[in-house]
Design a protein around this ligand. Structure first.
Ligand code: GTP
Ligand code: SPV
Ligand code: MN
Length: 611
């Protein structure tokens, strides 16, 4: 036994925690313990008893506050540090050996430099703390599409969230060990699980970095306890590292919801949709059909609300799993009107982060109802002159199984077949309600062309239009030029690819109000999309794709004025010429690596738009 593993064995003996049968995992845990110097090591088994003990500890030290047990049983409020409320994109790096592999779309640092920087921060950082070892599985535990990781963290809040968001604990560890043993028998390397190291550190924004080493399947995150910065299974593993792996292995890791639409004949079709952060994925994933649709027998089934892993099946169709087990959803705006399914989901066993509190200990946020909270998200007596009561990026963490529209199809190890891919952004002007790309190559351009106004999900200015290709700007773990080439590569003989669409729920009128009612009414657009996918439903062809006419959509029972509808369904040639000029300049930023096929496709649309 070397010195490092002796050290870990001692700490393990102190806590009575079980070790692992996988030497590669034991060695890594030992190495991390030697660096971070925790007082104790706890291997998470995911049991109820473990969770209860962690919750009790967090209630004692003030990390969690108990919410009203009568109205919100088993639910808690966490107030994060006021400087630690969102993802930090400028501090999030892809540390590939070759800078160009990270691309202009990612902050980059050389791996050696990044490791040195991070290890200096991690040095001794867990003294006085417990180090938690969290084995987790992204995706159904028995799915060949699922992938495992181990997150080491000093945050019990992270453990409690990872328990909801992933398949965490004994079963995941068993899979990691089984895969390791099988690989060892074949003489292959056994550390193929993703290694994520996290510490909240001092929560000092100047000592905060989220580093990804895709070639080493490693993540190091220091100085934040919030969401995507700290729950490493989510954006760090399931998007940044997984997108890199997906490219090497011929699949796709995407920032997409997965929703099943069941028609009155009882046929369910699945749609995968990529919208940027806080642009409506959770809402679309659990929408409630408008009354007329409900009466006719339409149903909506939620598979996932944020991340989608897709790969071609033997029949050439794309099959998707949701790698997550829970929702880390935006609270503000969630109400019995906008998203009744989400509201029903979060009535119990939910961790709320940075919401406001009513006098009787209930969680509250802007848009929920017309009550007035007693405390704001910082815990101060609520005073409307201090800004919103809930932080705009306040979130809930809850098991997906509690959602009334959750479907057992989410546990299907083979995934669900995808009938349509939808891209969408938050665009106040120009972009119509919906249009269909003419083919896959054009669809990839439509995805690459996505733009959206920034939201509170990341620190920085809100409401600024930026390019966010396929909603992956903050999440693609490699050069966008290579990413587009990877997307294009699916267009090959034998594939039965789904048609690609673009939607915009956020078009505004001159008065600054949304023109489209959105939410449940979005099913009208999804119906057209699925009909188009099956070669039904009409459209007019324009240079940007196929747009429905008012008659092509089912608008029965919808109260929408004619002028608004006209604006939503109009193709504005001059506006699109300017948009395509700016898109061309954007694609050029990637230089010679940008696939010629995408540049040609851009050129084709530019000529169709006319000079
Ligand atoms: P992330 O979890 O950050 O990836 O966000 P998301 O894409 O899941 O966004 P979410 O569904 O939580 O919606 C974010 C905000 O957009 C909420 O305030 C919603 O109320 C609002 N929103 C969602 N769908 C619609 C819609 O159809 N129309 C309008 N106007 N607003 C919407
Ligand atoms: C997003 O920002 O897209 C989220 C929330 O889904 S977080 O997990 O913080 O990234
Ligand atoms: Mn997201």
């Amino acid at each position: 036994m070397n010195a490092l593993s002796k050290e870990v064995a001692e700490v393990t003996r102190k806590t009575g925690a079980p070790a692992t049968t996988l030497p590669a995992l034991e060695a890594w845990v030992a190495e991390v313990a030697a660096l971070t110097q925790p007082d104790a090591i706890h291997w998470c088994d995911g049991s109820d008893e473990e969770n209860e003990a962690l919750i009790a500890k967090m209630l004692t030290d003030g990390t969690l506050l108990k919410l009203n047990e009568r109205t919100h049983p088993g639910s808690y409020l966490h107030r994060s540090h006021p400087d630690d409320v969102a993802r930090v994109e400028h501090l999030t790096f892809v540390c590939s050996r070759n800078r160009d592999d990270a691309g202009p779309n990612n902050p980059w640092m050389a791996p050696d430099e990044a490791h040195a920087k991070m290890d200096a921060l991690f040095d001794g950082c867990m003294r006085g703390r417990t180090m938690y070892v969290i084995p987790y599985c992204m995706g159904p535990i028995d799915s060949p599409l699922a992938r495992c990781g181990v997150e080491i963290t000093d945050s019990p809040y992270v453990v409690a969230n990872m328990r909801i968001m992933t398949r965490m604990g004994a079963a995941a560890l068993a899979r990691i060990e089984r895969e390791g043993t099988e690989r060892a028998a074949r003489g292959e390397r056994t550390d193929t699980f993703v290694k994520g190291l996290h510490s909240t550190g001092e929560l000092d924004p100047n000592r905060r970095f989220i580093m990804h080493f895709p070639e080493a399947l490693t993540i190091k995150s220091y100085g934040s306890g919030y969401g995507g910065n700290a729950l490493l299974g989510k954006k760090c593993h399931a998007l940044r590292i997984a997108s890199w792996q997906a490219r090497e292995e011929g699949w796709l890791a995407e920032h997409m919801l997965i929703v099943g639409i069941e028609n009155p004949k009882g046929e369910t079709r699945y749609i995968a949709a990529a919208f940027p952060s806080a642009c409506g994925k959770t809402n679309l994933a659990m929408l409630i059909p408008p009354e007329g649709y409900r009466r006719d027998g339409w149903k909506v089934w939620t598979v996932g609300d944020d991340i989608c892993w897709m790969r071609p099946g033997a029949d050439g169709r794309l099959y998707a799993i949701n790698p997550e087990a829970g929702f880390f959803g935006v609270a503000p705006g969630t109400s019995s009107k906008s998203n009744p399914n989400a509201l029903a989901t979060i009535q119990r066993n939910t961790i709320f982060t940075n919401v406001a509190l009513t006098a009787d200990g209930q969680p509250w946020w802007e848009g929920l109802d017309d009550r007035v909270p007693a405390f704001d998200w910082r815990g101060n007596a609520y005073d409307s002159s201090n800004g919103p009561a809930a932080h705009p990026n306040a979130r809930f963490t809850v098991s997906a199984r509690q959602c009334p529209s959750w479907t057992p199809a989410a546990e299907n190890p083979q995934g669900v077949p995808i009938s349509a891919i939808v891209f969408g952004g938050r665009r106040a002007s120009l972009v119509p309600l919906v249009f269909q790309a003419r083919d896959w190559r054009h669809g990839v351009l439509v995805g690459a062309a996505m733009g959206s106004e920034t939201t509170a999900a990341a620190t920085g200015q809100v409401g600024v239009m930026r390019r966010d290709p396929m909603a992956m700007k903050p999440f693609c773990g490699y050069n966008f030029a290579d990413y587009f080439a990877h997307w294009l590569s699916f267009d090959r003989p034998g594939m039965k690819l789904p048609p690609i669409f673009h939607v915009n729920w956020f078009r505004k009128g001159a008065d600054g109000r949304f023109l489209w009612p959105g939410f449940g009414e979005n099913l009208r657009v999804l119906e057209w999309i699925l009909d188009r996918a099956e070669g039904r439903a009409g459209a007019v062809e324009t240079p940007i794709g196929h747009l429905p006419r008012a008659d092509d959509l089912n608008l029965d029972g919808l109260d929408l004025d004619g002028a608004a509808l006209q604006t939503l369904l109009t193709f504005d040639r001059d506006g699109w010429r300017a948009e395509f000029d700016s898109l061309g300049a954007y694609l050029d930023e990637f230089g010679a690596r940008m696939p010629q096929a995408l540049k040609d496709e851009h050129g084709r649309v530019v000529s169709a738009l006319g000079g």
